[in-house]
Design a protein around this ligand. Structure first.
Ligand code: NAD
Ligand code: UD1
Length: 352
């Protein structure tokens, strides 16, 4: 029997492209909507090449209601996985309007269009950042959302609250809020991976670019935290594990209501531990120097992901060495990301 059709907004991006791949492999039909503001269609060409199946790609903006209405008119969508958004914390402080417009405005427009189309199943990309600075570790879903320290984090919190209110107001909705911890890694083929534009904000893409010779040295933000080696501790998980978590969440959408899950590996690792592991696996030196703390960084947090394990049958299966070996394979094979093949057009592409 044919599996249902899933709309993946932001599906050309880092997590979205890996999730599109896992969905296709699981037999789902996939429609991707992406404005390509932070992605390349080359990622989707490679997804189709790896899986040997086609998806439908629509180049369009999630804030464009007419585009969404056409999309829902043309495709019988079973559920939506909503990745589309802006995610650079520093940029969000400088451009709050752009962040609220895309992340909050985009989500509202999407929900309105879904309502009009009679589609009430939604998986939303949230973040561990919604727990705020005062939550004790490990973070559990039963803890309240905390205060946020930047417009990016606030935008995630606002959308979570909006979706909670929506589910409360209308019993037809089934919504999963997935709170990601720190996704890293790449598809094991080395053909798909994280391709940040400009200077990477996140740790692993930065380390990988140092290893491949694109950057001279890593700046480690802070070595005076109350952690074992003084550097920040995070819960890193493999992007393929994270992608698989979305398939688990889709199965859960059969049941109306609000479902909240942490998706993390449940283990904290420091910045210096990540540097050491990368050096060990890549056999390349990662020069680094210490600098003052980065605004808004917390010393240490990790997930309690037992709820996802019990209710979705999901847990992060891949270990640190796999995460780093896969990141390194991707970076080595694609030192400049997708850029060299950016003009390739994929089949099934249309503009909204
Ligand atoms: P990404 O930037 O690689 O992907 C986001 C995608 O959304 C991009 O392809 C971009 O072109 C697209 N997009 C942006 N604005 C759009 C718009 N208005 N209309 C249509 N498409 C648009 O980021 P990612 O790491 O894959 O993150 C995906 C989602 O997960 C985001 O919502 C992000 O906030 C969330 N998230 C990411 C992390 C992380 O560490 N990567 C952690 C927590 C949450
Ligand atoms: C960051 C965001 C978070 C967002 C996530 C995904 C902040 C404060 N948090 O998470 O809201 O959901 O990215 O986009 O930005 N580090 C360095 N040098 C670097 C880069 C990072 O030392 O060049 C350190 C950071 O200080 C941090 C750790 O590495 O301690 C991980 O950083 P990062 O990968 O940016 O993830 P988060 O800060 O956890």
């Amino acid at each position: 029997m044919q599996k249902p059709k899933i709309l993946v907004t932001g599906g050309a991006g880092y997590i979205g492209s890996h999730t599109a791949l896992v969905l296709l492999e699981a037999g789902y039909e996939v429609v991707v909507l992406d404005s390509l503001i932070n992605a390349s269609r080359e990622s989707l060409r490679r997804v189709q090449e790896i899986v040997g199946r086609e998806l439908v790609f629509i180049e369009g903006d999630v804030r464009d209601r007419a585009c969404l209405d056409r999309l829902f008119g043309d495709h019988d969508i079973y559920a939506v996985i909503h990745f589309a958004g802006l995610k650079a914390v520093g940029e969000s402080v400088e451009q709050p309007l752009a962040y609220y417009d895309t992340n909050v405005g985009g989500s509202l427009t999407l929900c309105r269009a879904m309502h009009a189309a009679g589609v009430f199943r939604l998986v939303f990309s949230s973040s561990a950042t919604v727990y705020g600075p005062d939550a004790p570790v490990p973070y559990r879903e039963s803890m309240p959302r905390g205060r946020t320290s930047n417009p990016y984090g606030t935008s995630k919190s606002i959308v979570e609250q909006t979706l909670e209110d929506l589910v409360h107001a209308d019993g037809r909705w089934s919504v999963s809020l997935l709170r990601y911890f720190n996704p890293i890694g790449a598809h094991p083929s080395g053909r798909l991976g994280e391709d940040p534009q400009g200077v990477p904000n996140n740790l692993l893409p930065f380390i990988a670019q140092v290893a491949v010779g694109r950057r001279q040295a890593l700046t480690v933000f802070g070595n005076d935290y109350a952690t074992e080696d003084g550097t920040c501790v995070r819960d890193y998980l493999h992007v393929m594990d994270l992608a698989e978590g979305h398939v688990g969440a889709l199965n859960r959408l059969g049941q109306a209501g609000l479902h909240i899950y942490n998706l993390g590996a449940g283990k904290g690792l420091s910045v210096l531990q990540m540097v050491e592991a990368f050096e060990r696996i890549s056999l390349r030196p990662i020069p680094y120097h210490f600098a003052p703390r980065r605004d808004g960084d917390l010393a240490a947090f990790w997930a309690d992901s037992q709820k996802a394990e019990q209710e979705l049958g999901w847990r992060a299966k891949r270990g640190l060495d796999d995460m780093i070996a896969d990141t390194w394979r991707w970076q080595r094979q694609n030192p400049h990301g997708y850029r060299s093949e950016i003009n390739v057009k994929s089949q099934g592409t249309s503009k909204c």
